[in-house]
Design a protein around this ligand. Structure first.
Ligand SMILES: Nc1ncnc2c1ncn2[C@@H]1O[C@H](COP(=O)(O)OP(=O)(O)OP(=O)(O)O)[C@@H](O)[C@H]1O
Length: 443
């Protein structure tokens, strides 16, 4: 069994692309198959080496590894050989119509209430007519003559469908400049490199019948590939994702401090019958079933991802995050704050709270209370019991109770209404810092 993820290096991969990469990698792992990374860079104008590098970095960061990889631009000779085969069997035929001519033909067919597909006029062209066109300086592009049969596709997500090839235009597979189109290159690669399962976005669904037809024309077997088309992922507003706007790129999420385990766990189960849970790649693979993916479009929801990220961080041992913590941060700090952050980037703030400078807000009418609390602050050494001892003394001295004891102190010491346990934060802050903040907040 072999699966492949085949992105074009035309921008930074987004969560929709990553969803496909993850689905393929999980399926391959679950069934002991090979996972191939194919770089679809035949579009020389839009493809960039820097995006190939970025793709490698982003996949590696997500923890997705591949067993083999290649670039389509290194296999142009293989596509040329396939083109010759199809020409020799008469399945590829030269065409000379311009865009304008095709557009007016289409309009005429619509007026005649015929389906606006290509009329195969060039199939009927004689050798003399062709010679004449070439003598006039015209260079042909090449269409693939689709067979007349219907093609049945059993899709693991979309179910069974019947593609009527007669209602599709013969696709152009070779441009006038000799370059090959994706539709052909993809089939040649899948056949020659032994791909068995094609998991990809729904945007490729309409290609499937055509690709099966091309594969057969190149000597492939019917049913050679198993297909699964996953619905496209939409952004929160229901819009399309694009590699050209990088808001939901893997890179941007990484820079925001989201953990890769949360991203992979979220995308693996988004839009499926299984609830997202923070799991390792192997655990996700063990239960991965593409048939449980829903047919309807899924929406990316940042709140769900953050909730999952919070769960991932809550379970994370110090050793796994040490490198991403602010410099000097200790294990005690991490254990105190890890249940209270959605993202790594929020840690900076809590590090300033315990070890740096914050400006606590002035609290109206609480000045006298805060100074009373300051006077009762016990001497160091402090431990997890100190907060309880201190606030009990404050409560007894002031006659306050409940939230009115704790809340002004928390706000004065952290600048926040809520957060990690004060019991854990207090020893990390230390006496002098606490005293200083109480003084400032009491002004
Ligand atoms: N929004 C999306 N949701 C899920 N999968 C997607 C989405 N967009 C693209 N894909 C899938 O990502 C894989 C990689 O495709 P590709 O690199 O062509 O992506 P693309 O975003 O459509 O890029 P481009 O705009 O450059 O064509 C394909 O399987 C494609 O179906």
């Amino acid at each position: 069994m072999k699966l492949r993820f085949a992105p074009s290096p035309t921008g930074l991969i987004h969560v929709g692309n990553a969803r496909q990469a993850i689905a393929n990698a999980l399926y391959a792992r679950r069934h002991g198959g090979t996972f191939q990374l194919r770089i679809d860079d035949t579009d020389r104008e839009r493809s960039r080496d820097e995006y190939v590098d970025a793709l490698h970095t982003d996949l590696a960061w997500l923890g997705i590894t591949w067993d083999e990889t290649f670039r389509q631009s290194d296999r142009l000779d293989r596509y040329a050989a396939a083109i010759e085969t199809l020409k020799a069997s008469g399945r590829l035929y030269p065409c000379f119509e311009s865009e304008q001519e095709l557009a007016s033909k289409r309009e005429a067919r619509i007026r005649m209430r015929k389906p606006p597909i290509y009329d195969r006029a060039m199939l009927r062209m004689t050798a003399e007519q062709r010679a004449q066109a070439e003598a006039n300086g015209k260079v042909p592009y090449w269409r693939f003559r689709l067979s007349d049969q219907d093609r049945g596709v059993d899709d693991m997500v979309m179910g069974r469908s019947q593609v009527k090839l007669q209602s599709i235009s013969d696709p152009v597979l070779v441009r006038a400049d000799g370059t090959v189109l994706y539709t052909l290159a993809s089939v040649v690669d899948d056949m020659e490199t032994g791909v068995t399962h094609v998991l990809r976005g729904e945007d490729h669904l309409t290609n499937t019948g055509v690709q099966i037809d091309i594969a057969e024309a190149l000597g492939g077997k019917v049913g050679q590939f198993a297909f699964a088309h996953l619905p496209l992922l939409l952004d929160e507003a229901g819009g399309k994702l694009s590699k050209r706007f990088d808001g939901l790129s893997i890179r941007a999420l990484r820079q925001d401090g989201i953990d890769p385990v949360a991203i992979v766990s979220y995308l693996a189960r988004l839009g499926s019958a299984d609830d997202p849970a923070p799991l390792s790649f192997d655990d996700l693979a063990a239960s991965y079933d593409v048939r449980r993916v829903s047919r309807s479009a899924a929406r990316f929801d940042m709140r769900q991802l953050l909730a999952l990220n919070r769960r991932v961080m809550h379970q994370m041992p110090f050793g796994a995050i040490r490198d991403r913590l602010p410099e000097g941060a200790t294990e005690a700090f991490w254990m105190a704050v890890r249940g209270n952050v959605d993202m790594v980037s929020e840690l900076r703030h809590w590090w300033d709270v315990v070890g740096g400078v914050i400006v606590p807000p002035v609290q109206d009418d609480e000045g006298a209370y805060l100074l009373q609390a300051l006077a009762l602050l016990p001497p160091e050494p402090w431990d997890a019991q100190t907060w309880k001892d201190w606030t009990t003394a404050v409560r007894d001295a002031t006659g306050r109770s409940g939230k009115s004891v704790f809340h002004p102190l928390r706000v004065a010491l952290t600048g926040e209404e809520e957060g990690p346990e004060m019991r854990d934060l207090l020893p990390l802050m230390g006496h002098d810092r606490v005293a200083e903040r109480l003084r400032i907040a009491a002004r």
